[in-house]
Ligand binder design. Sequence first.
Ligand code: KG4
Ligand code: ZN
Length: 336
Amino acid sequence: NEDVYVLGIETSCDETAAAVVKNGRAILSNVVASQMESHRRFGGVVPEIASRHHVEQITLVIEEAMQQAKVSFTDLQAIAVTAGPGLVGALLVGVNAAKALAFAHGIPLVGVHHIAGHIYANQLVSEMKFPLLALVVSGGHTELVYMEEHVKFKVIGETRDDAAGEAYDKVARALGLPYPGGPHIDRLAQEGEPTIDLPRAWLEEGSYDFSFSGLKSAVLNTLHRAKQRGEEIDPKQMAASFQASVVEVLTTKTLQAAKQYRVRQVLLAGGVAANRGLRTALGERMRQELPGVELVIPPLSLCTDNAAMIAAAGTMLYWQGRRSDLALNADPSLPL
Ligand code: KG4
Ligand code: ZN
């Protein structure tokens, strides 16, 4: 009945993050060093720049997380680290730091799947109720994951091309908005009306997969044709129309799956969980169509990439007896 302290490390994309979590639930520290500013002028994450920043930041970020949590390495039961998916050069920095510390201090090492982390962010704010369905939507992922019990994941749907956040960022760029464009589209969408007819990619009957590249192309073509004709397209109208399409597909498929799998809880995670249109539509439709099912949306700081979620998932894996050895490697396409 001893308390379990786990250090989490996350470097899969453009945030260098470390956190200490107690018993998989209580955040003792949650440090995130964002590189956003370094990537902004390139309009997206540049892998080489990301790796270099991680190398510069990782030791400081881990030290800060340990200090804020007021724990020492001898207090830790495990070190949990994101082993994939993500940018391989970025992942390697976290994995190597975790391995070095685990070896030096003789602490068990637990490799964590990034999406498992996003899902276990849930556990830091409320109790997970099974079976559950998680919609993970960010710049890198769009996944519907079904869970019958702890650490048992079934990916029932995923994007076949662009991630939802990626589509937001590309459309934003076409509208001349800064990177990352998701929040800007979201803001404009609140001020406009969805008057422009854009496609919804439902794919085959019964499929929970997603596709956003056709929608993105439709937006780009509409903008292009208007420009050729010398017509003005109101960015607010375009933002609202694009968002309406994304939100309708995401919420409809999530509700269908929630009904089919008779879940008790639906969880929204990833950076796109910040989207006001998505939060509102999902909340309203769940109240109407699935009144008994709980919707959990963690606070934004736990929806975007962080290490507390990796520590939370790592703690559950640790309790289940999962261990990684020092041969743990970064796997950019690690399956869940
Ligand atoms: O989870 P995250 O911080 O990083 C990863 O991609 O892992 O997600 C970032 C993504 C970006 O594509 C950003 O444009 C999108 O989340 N995003 C949003 C909103 N806020 C962030 N997309 C739509 N609406 C928002 N309010
Ligand atoms: Zn993520």
